[in-house]
Design a protein around this ligand. Structure first.
Ligand code: TTP
Ligand code: MG
Length: 388
């Protein structure tokens, strides 16, 4: 069976990387407006052996940088104002910013207090435009905290992180999927996350300045010269990074969905796609259960549709009709499980939802399983956040 309507790009991720601008210094300026327009650094005292946490952009004009000794910073910028860090205040802002992120997606991976990846692939705001979502996140952060953030939008974490730095401060930069390869190839190794000063100098000594230079070397050579970093840089040079946004908490559901270039107009067109969706969803479920031996089994199934007017609907069902409890073992050993799932559960659910939507043409179908994640984990996590 072919897949004439399938949009093969439907599995592509939409990732936003958000990074606050001169975070600690910006909070200090906000709390003390008399600092505005002056060169400000947050960190240890220049009279001792202190180092800087960060500096505002005014101070950066004089060459002042994070992790520089405070004494050296004072030499570069004699009128620099030093402020002692107040970590609990920065954490308050970090929590507020994280709460803003959570209005857009559950898939948030914080990297530090002021930086996070967001997977907005399934966020439906602005008709799914990740660039407009990123702009709205920036605007909301500013409106609700008074702080500016920079954001990068791309099909993966690597490019999104590079992109958030591209127009700093208060910037927004998008690398679209079709620009990814060219954008990556032309990047200086200095801009590649994970390539620090020492590695960069090593690369330069080997004649490697950009990701294009990496591409031109044989993989064996790269492995010998750069170890594991070699193949990783090679993948990056093609704009490839398959790492998912990792929230660190157990998944609450496993699902798959397909977006179609041409709307599905009849129920038989929907029926034709169901076996593919079921196969993929079961395959993902099976992989997930295998990987996480303590993972709870699925207790519900859900389907999702999106109409040609971009209205989304989901419908949940129980798995009772299957006669078996889905787990790693039954997934492997139950004959007819796949056929039963399609005939007894999924098809009737789609039929019901499709009829409820007055048989409107559909642009997306989704199918997934809800996992029985206990609420205790969520409570534990909230407790940890309060202690942060
Ligand atoms: P960064 O995001 O690296 O820097 P920044 O937010 O100050 O500036 P930029 O606009 O370039 O993003 O780090 C976030 C905060 O983490 C920063 O405000 C202070 C703290 N920090 C340290 O304490 N020590 C360090 O060496 C660095 C790099 C950051
Ligand atoms: Mg920052």
């Amino acid at each position: 069976m072919g897949a004439p309507h399938l949009n093969l790009d439907s599995e592509k991720r939409k990732i936003i990387h958000v990074d606050m601008d001169c975070f600690f210094a910006a909070v200090e300026e906000l709390d003390n407006p008399s600092l505005k327009g002056k060169a400000v650094a947050v960190g240890g005292s220049p009279s001792g052996r202190g180092v800087l946490c960060t500096a505002n952009y005014e101070a950066r004009k004089f060459g002042v940088r994070s992790a520089m000794s405070s004494a050296h910073a004072l030499k570069k910028c004699p009128h620099l104002i030093f402020i002692r860090p107040r970590s609990s205040r920065y954490k308050e802002f970090a929590l507020k910013i994280r709460e803003i992120f959570s209005r857009y997606t559950d898939l948030i991976e914080p990297l530090s207090l002021d930086e996070a990846y967001l997977d907005v692939t399934h966020c439906e705001r602005h008709q799914g435009s990740a660039t407009l979502i990123a702009q709205e996140i920036k605007d909301t952060i500013f409106k609700e905290t008074g702080l500016t953030a920079s954001a990068g939008v791309a099909p993966n974490k690597f490019l999104a992180k590079v992109a958030s730095d591209w127009k700093k401060p208060n910037g927004l930069f998008t690398v679209s999927p079709d620009q990814a390869k060219d954008f990556a190839m032309n990047l200086s190794l200095k801009k590649v996350p994970g390539v620090g000063d020492v590695t960069f100098r090593k690369c330069v000594a080997l004649g490697l300045h950009t990701l294009k230079d990496i591409q031109e070397k044989p993989i064996g050579w790269l492995e010998i010269k750069l170890g594991k970093l070699g193949p990783s840089l090679l993948r990056k040079s093609f704009g490839i990074d398959n790492r998912p946004v990792s929230t660190g908490r157990p998944a609450k559901s496993i699902s798959t969905e397909e977006t179609y270039n041409k709307d599905l107009e009849t129920f038989s067109e929907i029926e034709e796609r169901i076996p593919f969706l079921a196969e993929e969803a079961l395959e993902r479920l099976s992989r997930h259960l295998k990987k996480k031996s303590d993972c709870p089994s699925p207790h519900k199934i859900f389907i999702k549709i999106k109409t040609c007017q971009f209205n989304s609907h989901t419908h949940e069902g129980i798995l009772r009709h299957l006669d078996v409890h889905l787990n790693e073992e039954t997934l492997r050993n139950t004959p007819h499980l796949y056929q039963d799932l399609i005939a007894k559960v999924v098809t009737p659910m789609y039929k019901e939802l499709y009829d409820q939507c007055a048989q409107t043409p559909l642009r997306l179908l989704g199918l997934g399983f809800r996992l029985n994640v206990s609420s205790s984990y969520e409570l534990e996590r909230l407790g940890q956040l309060r202690l942060l």
